[in-house]
Write a protein that binds this ligand. Sequence first.
Ligand code: NDP
Ligand code: MG
Length: 360
Amino acid sequence: MRPRKVALLGATGSIGRQAIEVIDRSPDLELCALMSGTQAIDGLAVARDVRHVQVGGKAAPLLEASDPDVVLNAIVGFAGVEATLWALEHGVTLALANKESLVAAGDLAVSAHRRGKGLLLPVDSEHSALFQCLEGREPETVRSLVLTASGGPFRGRTRSELEHVTVPEALAHPTWSMGRKITVDSATLANKGLELIEAHWLFDIPYDRIEVVVHPTSVVHSLVRFRDGALLAHMGTPDMRVPISFALAYPERPSVPAAPLDLAGGLDLHFEAVDDDAFPLLGLARDAGERGGTFPCAYNAANEIAVAAFLDGAIGFTEIADTVAAVLDETDGAPARDLADLVAADDAARRAAARGMQPA
Ligand code: NDP
Ligand code: MG
């Protein structure tokens, strides 16, 4: 059998680099296209004989020219929406790391997926775990999904203690090494908020049946509760190469050189509740998700703008949540009929967030 052709979008990022490692090791996977936002990727492409390469711009022409079997969308932020919709509409297998696209485009993505009838395989570790625990189960046997959250570097702090935390402190994630935006999202728990909405769309399950629990060691990647009281958990050392490989090679599950989990060495399986007062972005995501329409799109857009401002030193850590809350208050959340509507809603929320952050 010929190798599976992978179009890797976001090739220069944290997920992108780990995906290249996975693909380089596998004789069954071959890169057919590479895309970044601004960084040059010629070196990566030449070394692997990849002819279709693009820096910035729309993903569709690159995807059409390279004719992939799998699109790995590892772009960060709303910029990934176009590629997600393209793969879903064309029935090309989508290995999805770019959760923001599913959060923002929820309804449109699900409709495109129904029409395209391709595979949608989550790369996010929690959703990869849930996907595996759910495989082959009847939906009516599932009581709830349980997303685990590490709690980030500020677990245990109060809201007032979070007011003066610094960018380097926010970037020091206890268990995962990732890009800057998602690392800040993990510190505010916006990442878990995005993942809650991502899980709703991926697994077609209402929000009141998706739980979130803090699990600091990130050994249990997520769990499914069944109606008979049983819970299935997915465990392993935190290593993104595992879910990346799972999605790219599905359903083959080839070997990955991840450190084995040392069970007898004493596993820390501590769980605790989320502190909703200190980390309001999780509750705001739940509200936005339940309200539907373009509320999740506005949540995501405001969060992207606020996180960038925090990383630039323009606002404090707790102002990220304040900004998102203010934008959600003033948005009408009208549903998007098409991509143009969605882009307009995203843009309006970005402008509202930027206005709200201007010094008085
Ligand atoms: P990084 O910031 O490390 O990388 C982002 C990538 O996206 C870079 O290659 C960047 O290119 C590219 N990019 C940015 N804008 C554009 C654009 N307009 N068009 C094309 N490419 C663009 O992020 P991560 O790898 O950490 O995260 C990527 C996605 O995966 C995010 O959605 C994140 O939430 C998700 N994810 C990440 C995990 C992780 O462990 N890192 C875990 C689970 C999910 P350039 O370098 O040129 O800017
Ligand atoms: Mg995750």
